[in-house]
Write a protein of this length. Structure first.
Lengths: 231, 245
């Protein structure tokens, strides 16, 4: 009896959904690699397109890596609800007795684990390629660790709004990129500051605040948007 | 009192009342705008530092104020439509988006024209300019979402969610950009106790601000009326109207 009640708890539903989404992502390995490859390729284009001089590269590396990460997240966002919407499971998820905000959070967490986390793991390597100064590498990694979940959470709102549309892609970037501005500013700025030997606790606190704000508010907006998109 | 509001909430009564209100609003707007422009362009003395070129302030500042004001109105109307399913609130939100975008655009263009003689450049990546530009993108997002969803009802609700997300974000964007870099002069009018602007300039400025508000109200009513007719085209009263009875 007790066991049964536990199986129907909210935490269980959260974990089941998380596991399902991760499993789906792992079975679709080609798509799993796409954002990561995109991240690498965009970052590679900058030295080729602008300059290969390490000193110039170092000054813009933080911004380039941040923008590349941002675009890679944007590219991968479409998958967040699309397939579930097409096969109808999204409707069932929203109809389930559990609060939809928590289930949305599970889906966003799964999305971050398959896109944000690989980006984070690849960042140290790209930081060396882009000649990020030694002192700033840790900061770059930390800002991305705090920032990419915000990108996923805020992006989920935009995807939820456009999931019912046939050509949502271009509109999605119009909806979401302006909302990414603060994260980009503080993320890239912190790396620049730490390369100049300045303290960056302020920027890191701001990014943490954004993360907490996005964690608490974005799922609400996403769930509301999904409910609108479905009916 | 409340019955008046309830009546106003019904598209049919709104159409009737707004039709009666429109000429008054329109003439008042024209009057105020003419007065404000005369005061600003003719009566107000040239600035001791910027000469005559400061006069663009009488367009620039009111449109910048309106760009934020309209966004707040749009988000509030969207929230009302989202919560209480009030048709008219949806209409107001939908009609506000393009007006707000044009105010934002006007503020950007006049600011850039003003920047050339003053700062020596049309554009700098300064805090206020950047956040105004981001605001324009937010407006475009709302307009784009409205255009992309065929069902007007769904479009309004989706755009309302986006506008509300934007309202949370605008202060964050504004302050993060401000913290990032600042060249734009500080506010001169909102310091209530001792405005650093002379009365002869302040009066036309406030007149213009009022005129812009009324202009917004006028254009909003006109757009809302068309929007109401389009959304209610299946209802009996619109058909009656169309038949010209």
């Amino acid at each position: 009896m007790n066991d049964r009640a536990q199986n129907h708890s909210l935490g269980h539903a959260f974990l089941v959904l998380l596991k399902r989404d991760l499993l789906l992502a792992v079975r679709n390995r080609g798509e799993l690699a796409n954002p990561l490859l995109f991240y690498f390729i965009v970052a590679t284009l900058f030295p080729l397109g602008v300059t290969s001089d390490p000193q110039t590269l170092a000054t813009m590396a933080a911004g380039v890596l941040w923008i590349a990460a941002l675009l890679a997240t944007l590219l991968s966002l479409d998958n967040l609800f699309r397939s579930d919407f097409d096969d109808g499971s999204l409707e069932l998820i929203m109809l389930s007795p559990y609060p939809s905000t928590v289930l949305v959070l599970a889906k966003v967490l799964a999305h971050w684990l398959v896109t944000g986390l690989p980006l984070l793991l690849a960042t140290p390597l790209l930081a060396v390629l882009m000649a990020v100064p030694d002192d700033a590498r840790g900061t770059l990694w930390l800002t991305l660790a705090l920032g990419t979940p915000v990108l996923s959470l805020v992006g989920a709102i935009g995807v939820a709004l456009t999931v019912g549309l046939r050509r949502g892609g271009a509109l999605l970037s119009l909806l979401i990129l302006p909302l990414y501005v603060p994260v980009l500013i503080f993320g890239a700025n912190a790396v620049g500051a730490s390369a100049a030997g300045l303290p960056v606790t302020g920027q890191l606190y701001m990014l943490s605040a954004f993360l907490i704000l996005a964690l608490s508010l974005a799922p609400l907006a996403t769930a509301a948007a999904l409910r609108i998109s479905i009916d | 009192m409340w019955t008046f509001f309830h009546k106003l909430g019904s598209p049919r009564h709104f159409y009737r009342i707004s039709g009666r209100l429109l000429p008054w609003l329109g003439w008042l707007t024209a009057l105020l705008m003419a007065g404000g422009l005369y005061g600003g362009l003719v009566l107000a003395p040239p600035d001791y530092q910027q000469g005559e070129s400061y006069r663009i302030i009488f367009i620039h500042v009111p449109s910048a104020w309106m760009s934020l004001f309209v966004y707040v109105v749009m988000a509030a109307a969207g929230a009302i439509g989202l919560v209480w399913h009030m048709k008219l609130a949806d209409v107001v939100a939908a009609a506000s988006a393009p007006i707000g975008a044009s105010f934002t655009f006007l503020a950007l263009v006049t600011g850039s024209l003003w920047g050339k003689p003053m700062w020596g450049t049309y554009w700098v990546w300064d805090a206020r300019l950047t956040s105004e530009l981001v605001l324009l993108f937010l407006y475009f997002g709302v307009i784009g979402l409205h255009a992309a969803i065929d069902d007007k009802r769904t479009a309004s609700r989706a755009a309302a969610v986006l506008a509300l997300v934007g309202v949370v974000n605008i202060p964050i964007i504004h302050y993060s950009v401000e913290w990032w870099s600042t060249l734009h002069q500080g506010p001169t009018v909102t310091k209530i106790d001792a405005p650093s602007i002379h009365v002869s300039m302040l009066v036309p400025l406030v007149t213009m601000a009022l005129a812009f508000k009324l202009y917004y109200a006028t254009v909003l009513l006109m757009r809302a009326r068309t929007e109401v007719l389009e959304r209610e085209r299946a209802s009996a009263w619109v058909r009656e109207l169309a038949r010209g009875t």
